[in-house]
Design a protein around this ligand. Sequence first.
Ligand code: F6P
Length: 254
Amino acid sequence: TMMRELSGLNSLEEQVKKRLGVEKVIIVSGDSDESPWVKSELGRASATCMKGMLEGENIIAVTGGTTMAAVAEMLTPELGKDILFVPARGGIGEDVKNQANTICAKMAEKAQAKHRVLYVPDQVSNEMYQTIVKEPLIHEVLTLIKSANIVLHGIGDAITMAKRRKTSASDLEKIREKKAVSEAFGYYFNEDGEIVHKVHTIGLQLKDIADVEHVIAVAGGASKAKAIRSYMKQDRQNTILITDEGAAKELLIK
Ligand code: F6P
């Protein structure tokens, strides 16, 4: 629209897209670090973006976090009918309100769509893990997750995330030592976008993301610019980034 052109958001989107090498960038005005309502705007933009992608039957896999929770709040039944929300991965240590399962249920409630949950313990032995994935109900949900045509995820600052989760002292040390900068899907990445640590859990793995039709990353706030840059360092050509002006401007510095 005219307003977006006048405010320069369109040109900012082009610059950030070029810089990160992603499929598309959508920027909302403001900085979610400073004004909480900007997170809701990220949510609104995500809902609009998703609406434009829906075709036939849709399985949307989502991660956790406060940004995803804000997206959930902005969904309406207008989004479409044939949607099933599933959590992208099993537990990765978030509080209940920030968990993918909780957000999935909220999204389905707001959109009047369906959802499935995946309850797996956070820390299990390999033996237990092999048993769990063979449980018929779990297996069924995992199959649905692996066939998601849309993945909606957050990106966080590595240390912030490691602290927010109940990360063990030894893992926290490893994350620090290996200079992790960003976190997404339970993976921690360094400045070059290389994986330096991973939370062991079932569901979508990073390598699966490359084959998903639509991937939407939602992350804003100037404080997340470093993390966004790190996560986007590797090939994220099928990713649409929805962010805010605060993060975008910071991303273009250096
Ligand atoms: O823990 C789930 C998760 O999506 C992480 O992968 C991500 O780093 C984080 O939440 C983002 O959280 P927030 O939106 O609260 O910054």
